[in-house]
Design a binder for this molecule. Structure first.
Ligand SMILES: [Zn+2]
Length: 257
């Protein structure tokens, strides 16, 4: 029995890692997208700065064209002023020239603001250039690392599938049938659970002391009275997890056998 119980434990461990690997592999597109999204998020700030700079440049060009128009308006008003025949023509020419000059002054203030925006964006872009390069390098490295990890996981998955087949082929039919029956019935698909410190580690319910003794012996299949999983005992794990109790456990084990 002991060897078969060990095979069941191995089968459970293989199935658990199979499930984890499958979940990881299924999540590859999401995980990759997450890495790329992070890069896009930071690159977006750069693109935003570039847009701000380009928009300001275009706006400045538009304002300068408007200044040219207003200058023409001033010149025309000045000509009208020179050729004015009466008081009315004279005052209206003066008003026209003043209005145009006022416009030019406002436009020039706006042009200065746009120039400042362009300069600031350029400066920030230049400042962030090494950071942007660094970011790109980092992302490329991370994607390469991710590819590598994915390749390893795919290989591990294939190996786990082979190991699963091997374990199933060596297990007595009735044992593998029992395993499959429990695994398919239980929500998390875990059919074999460790009994540790007097409890089932899957459902956390206590295991009766007499049953615990039998689980420790490992001479027959003992299932948890609460969750029906096949129980096993791993002395090394218990000692590792609870170093303070190791002495007490060793004593009780002697008493049990
Ligand atoms: Zn249980």
């Amino acid at each position: 029995m002991k060897a078969e119980l060990e095979q069941l434990i191995a089968l459970q461990k293989t199935d658990t890692s199979l499930r984890k690997l499958q979940a990881d592999i299924e999540a590859i597109p999401d995980r990759r997208a997450e890495i790329e999204r992070e890069f896009d998020q930071r690159a977006f700030e750069i693109r935003d700065l570039e847009k701000r700079r380009d928009d300001s440049r275009a706006e400045r060009a538009r304002l300068e064209a408007e200044v040219v128009e207003q200058r023409t308006r001033v010149e025309r008003a000045e000509r009208n002023l020179m050729s004015s025949q009466n008081e009315h023509e004279y005052t209206s020419a003066i008003r026209e020239a003043d209005a145009a000059r006022k416009q030019i002054s406002q436009l020039e203030t706006q042009i200065l603001e746009k120039m400042e925006t362009v300069e600031q964006s350029e400066a920030t872009l230049q400042e962030r250039e090494p950071e942007n390069d660094q970011l790109r390098t980092e992302m490329e490295a991370r994607l390469r690392e991710f590819e590598e990890q994915t390749r390893t996981q795919t290989e591990q998955l294939a190996a786990a599938r082979i190991e699963r087949e091997r374990l199933l082929s060596v297990l007595p039919k009735q044992m593998s049938a029992m395993y499959n029956r429990i695994a398919t019935r239980i929500r998390d698909g875990v059919a074999v659970a460790e009994a540790r410190n007097g409890s089932c580690t899957a459902c956390f319910m206590p295991v009766r002391p007499q049953m615990m003794v039998e689980v420790r012996r490992g001479q027959e299949i003992i299932t948890c009275e609460n969750c029906n999983r096949i129980l096993y005992y791993a002395a090394a794990t218990e000692n590792m997890q609870e170093p303070n109790k190791s002495r007490a456990n060793a004593t009780s084990e002697v008493a049990a056998s």
